[in-house]
Write a protein that binds this ligand. Sequence first.
Ligand code: PHE
Ligand code: NA
Length: 493
Amino acid sequence: MKREQWGSRAGFILAAVGSAIGLGNIWRFPYMAYENGGGAFFIPYLFAMLTAGIPFMLMEFSLGHKLRGAAPRTFSKIGVKLEWLGWFQVFIAAIIAVYYVAVIGWAISYFSYSFTQSWGSDTNGFFFSEYLKLGENSPTKLGSLQLHIAIPMVLAWGITFAAIFGGVKGGIERANKILMPLLFIMVMGLITRIVFLPGALDGLNYLFQPDFSKIMDAKVWSAAYGQIFFTLSVGFAIMIAYSSYLPEKSDINNNAFMTVLINCGFSITAGVLIFGVLGYMAQEQAKPITEVVSAGVGLAFVTIPAAINLLPAPYILGPLFFLALVVAGLSSHISIIEAVTSALIDKMNWSRKKAASIVCGVGFIVSLAFATNGGLLLLDLIDYFINNVALLTSCLIELLVIGWLFKAADVRSYANNISEFCVGKWFEICIRFLSPIMLAVILSTNLINTFKEGYGGYAMSDLLLLGWGLVAAMFVVAVIINLASKPQTHQEA
Ligand code: PHE
Ligand code: NA
């Protein structure tokens, strides 16, 4: 059977950008920048973007385009002993998929609350006690299923399912052609109103004011690299799957640069939006900005609702903000599910419709664990290990495989041959030396710290089971699948 293809170049770019732009751009990037030195964060961030983000994207687009498979098949074509890496990445995608959808569900709920600001004035109490109903729970003591969280998640799964079921062109591309322009229009609308609010510029000054003392801090560099891989959706099977549907004639270099630059440009735009609002809020309440900011999930679901309460026409700006969050999240969720679905289509020879139904059905059931009283804690713990351990490990191994086993120079000449402008030798330097060294340092620091200090005050047994245990299990299962695979009949690439 012939492999599906994107209908147009713009269709592919929109889908790749749709995957990249997600919840990570809107709530994660602004507070990361804020916590890691404001304006000074942009130096490590841009450095990571240029030396790791762009080369990595180029590499994954080339691999997908050349080897025409989801991640497991692509890596098995590079070497029969490497199929496990593809499965390890697919497992990362599958796990992110089941908790990411919960955050989309929260955003859908908050979209509906935002018309009347029914979250009230104590937005912190509302989020944790009334909405999540978080009590004496832990990641392994989840409490009971919360229907009011599960129902919006059903909606999110429904949209994702429809897109995946409809196929590459008829489903995924079509969905992104609606979602992405909608997102850009909404964000532009929000920005033009926000920057004219009193105090908004103070907020921006705060975000962009450089704290150069942070530049020598290893943590800041680690945050920048982690954010780049997550924000670009590279290293966990997604971009390989998407680029495996590229038509023969495709300008890989151009596509990769565009995707990265649009994503990072969007992050900075979102930073302007969020900090503009915070600056306004600080002015309204006559408080310093540092007292109105809360990090992490709290930024989108506690601080922003509090800010919306103070905005002019909150019944317009509130829904716009949360709808933007939902739309950004959905287009990313579609891509994570496609990474898993396409791997099963390749491996099991299932039809797309069958694979989509099974993946979304099983995914939905598993994701209900995050719609419980303790769902937030489970999410927080798993997210930490996935990002700081599994994802960085996967990226590092991928770099080593391509840089040292396969030939990075071949990847570059392959991409250059079919692209309008050429990338230079810096590509190999980044793939073989710079990025692996940075990643190895960051990953080992993360591992040692997590080993020594644990994370977030969770019980050791929880960390062992849901953190270390989960990552180890993903690895073991991936290796077992690899060992059980019949030797491939196709030529090694
Ligand atoms: N790149 C997305 C973001 O910034 C994150 C993402 C995660 C996308 C997982 C796809 C899959 O939010
Ligand atoms: Na992103």
